[in-house]
Each structure stands twice: as C-alpha cells, then as structure tokens.
Design a protein around this ligand. Structure first.
Ligand SMILES: Cc1cc2nc3c(=O)[nH]c(=O)nc-3n(C[C@H](O)[C@H](O)[C@H](O)COP(=O)(O)O)c2cc1C
Length: 168
C-alpha cells in the first residue's frame, strides 16, 4: 500500500473541505497538508519565487509519499484558487526542479471536492485527469461531498467509505 498525503486547498483551514479531509484522514491515517498555511505564490516565468514554500513542500511529497489526494472546495464551478496556484507551480518541476518532476511519474492521484451543490458541473475533474496524464501520474478516483448543518451527511460518509476503498 502506497503511503498517501492529503493536500487541502481551501480558503478556510477549518472549513467544510477540512471536515471531509479529517474523515478521510482518520480512515487512511494520511496526513493533511494545508496549503493555506504555506507561502506559495503564483507561477513566475523568471522563477524569482523559488525561495517560497513550494519547492520544499513538493520535495517532501515526492520523496515520502506514493499518492496525493487533492482536496478542494468548489469555488465558481472549479477548483479553488489556492489549489490552482499549486498546480501552476508544478510547472516549476518541469523547468527548474526536473528531478522532482520525474518523481511524480508513477505516483497515484485522487480528488476530493466539496461544494454546496450535490452535483459537479461536467468537466470539473478534467484538469486533474489531464494533469495526471501529463505528469505520468495514475488518476485513481474522485469523490464529491457536501456538508449539511455543519456535519457530513450519512450518504456522503458512505461515498467517502467507498472512495477510500478505491485508493488503498
Ligand atoms: C468563492 C466561493 C465560490 C463558490 N462557488 C461554488 C460553486 O460554484 N458551486 C458550489 O457547489 N458551491 C460553491 N461554493 C460553496 C462552497 O463550495 C461550499 O460551501 C464548500 O463546502 C466550502 O468549503 P470550504 O469551507 O472548505 O471553503 C462557493 C463558495 C465560495 C466561498
């Protein structure tokens, strides 16, 4: 079994996506990394931001884990800005961090989304699936969640139980 890590990309460190991540973390024992607590700036063609938190974080991930679960709230029908910035910065791994980029190959990827709507719009997962393909990662599965009155509804818990079975 590959050791995994949950990468949380919410604007609320203790919000609804975090609640879902905590449930999955309890089942899998995978740690949660909160991107909100990291200083990761947007992609820079000049790589003048190479000293921020992105490179140490991605190195830690590729050197210690075999799978990444990206957990994002749905903001305006797509992944959060924080999560998109993280994906943009993966471009660093194709240019100045090539060894790290190569280590992404063969890793597994899965996606947790959390929205107020019970259904995602068509195409929500496309950027994840295509990025996995481009990077040589294996896209395993995804699950969409929502929170009711501050807690994870029973039906969503069952979805999450099923999701966990597809990744371990
Ligand atoms: C800026 C913003 C945009 C949102 N857009 C959507 C959306 O397009 N579709 C949806 O289902 N929910 C949308 N929501 C609701 C959130 O996805 C939902 O409340 C989610 O559970 C919040 O997770 P969080 O607490 O981790 O931020 C939006 C919320 C915010 C703050």
């Amino acid at each position: 079994m590959k050791k995994g890590i949950i990468v949380l990309g919410s604007s609320n460190s203790n919000g609804e996506t975090y609640k879902v991540c905590s449930y999955v973390s309890e089942l899998t024992q995978y740690p949660i990394i909160d991107l909100k607590l990291k200083n990761i700036s947007e992609f820079d063609y000049g790589f003048n931001n190479r000293g921020d938190d992105f490179h140490p974080l991605i190195q830690e991930i590729v050197n210690n884990y075999g799978m990444i679960i990206f957990a994002t709230p749905v903001y305006w029908y797509t992944m959060s800005g924080i999560m998109k910035t993280f994906f943009d910065r993966i471009s660093d791994c194709l240019k100045i961090e090539k060894d790290t980029g190569r280590k992404l190959r063969g890793m597994d990827m899965a996606v947790i989304s959390c929205g107020s709507d019970k259904n995602l719009k068509q195409g929500f997962h496309m950027p994840f699936i295509e990025s996995a393909k481009y990077l040589g990662m294996n896209y395993l599965s995804d699950v969409h969640c929502w929170i009711d009155d501050g807690s994870i509804p029973e039906s969503v818990q069952r979805k999450l139980d099923g999701f966990v079975k597809t990744i371990i």
